[in-house]
Design a protein around this ligand. Structure first.
Ligand SMILES: Nc1ncnc2c1ncn2[C@@H]1O[C@H](COP(=O)(O)OP(=O)(O)OP(=O)(O)O)[C@@H](O)[C@H]1O
Ligand SMILES: [Mg+2]
Length: 271
């Protein structure tokens, strides 16, 4: 029972953190709105798909139309997380085997749409590099307010580095105390070389200090009480640099002007 309670409070913490992530993405792109976002990481299992789903849900809940794309053609997981079983996916759309409006399915969250991918696609990197894929990204950007691409890790496959050049922004998911600094820096540099616009680092599996803390801290009568437990919420900090660690905190996404390596200035060169 206690475990169940903890899990749901963790989920709430992650949902609230995702809302803050979305708010920060909007704040950092007021004049030139970010519509398409790649979510990736340096190594597997850092929480990319979890961040993708929660960010997409946060956007949908705000009333914007959002498409979540399963772009991890190596290890798809979103269909299970969303409990959606599509009749067609990315590959079918790209090969004209199915129209986009058939492949895209609704979800239990209003305004949140999902485009799955097929299992065992033989050459994902070639597919993502194709002109057709680029055109599809443009079409999706026109049809939806936001398009989120869940990707495989940069350190393992080149897919995310390729797709990051076709979208407005890339968020790197990092699991502090788990991801090796060298792996993170290498992945970040690979994205930079590809001319990606890395707007921030989203830290996962970190101690939460958000909603649960505040709910516990102030009771209905205004009494101050000690917070109980913690949650593994994601948070966003500055992109990594070899000599300066990322700042942690609740989705303190870095303004692009402050990003090391001049990530912000790369934007616009992609098209
Ligand atoms: N912030 C978090 N706090 C606690 N657990 C988390 C968090 N984010 C993800 N998890 C858990 O960690 C596991 C891996 O998460 P997820 O599938 O999102 O990672 P991933 O980076 O997409 O993995 P892959 O590299 O295989 O695609 C899942 O069991 C998920 O529930
Ligand atoms: Mg994943």
């Amino acid at each position: 029972m206690a475990k169940k309670k903890k899990q749901s409070s963790n989920q709430l913490e992650i949902q609230n953190a995702a809302k803050t992530l979305f708010a920060n993405i909007r704040f950092m792109s007021v004049d030139d709105p970010i519509k398409s976002i790649v979510i990736t990481s340096s190594v597997p299992n850092e929480g990319k798909s979890t961040v993708s789903v929660n960010l997409a849900q946060a956007i949908a809940t705000s009333g914007k139309q959002v498409l979540l794309v399963e772009a991890d053609m190596r290890r798809r997981s979103l269909y299970a997380m969303l409990n959606v079983h599509s009749s067609a996916g990315l590959y079918a759309v790209l090969t004209d085997a199915a129209p986009l409006n058939v492949a895209v399915t609704g979800t239990t969250t209003p305004n949140l749409y999902f485009l799955d991918t097929e299992p065992n696609i033989p050459n994902p990197a070639d597919l993502i590099s194709s002109k057709r894929f680029g055109r599809l990204v443009r079409t999706l950007e026109e049809r939806y307010d936001y398009v989120i691409f869940d990707m495989p890790p940069v350190g393992t496959f080149v897919d995310a580095a390729i797709l990051s050049t076709l979208v407005d922004a890339t968020v790197m998911v990092v699991r502090p105390n788990q991801t090796k600094r060298a792996e993170l820096v290498e992945a970040y540099e690979q994205l930079q070389k590809a001319n990606a616009n890395v707007i921030g680092v989203c830290a996962t599996f970190v101690e939460g200090s958000g909603s649960e803390y505040y709910y516990a801290y102030y009771t209905n009568s205004g009494e101050r009480v000690k917070a109980e437990g913690s949650a593994s919420a994601p948070s966003v900090a500055t992109p990594p640099s070899p000599g300066h660690g990322g700042r942690s905190g609740s989705f303190a996404a870095s303004p692009r002007s402050q990003a090391p390596y001049g990530g912000a200035s790369q934007r616009g060169a992609r098209r």
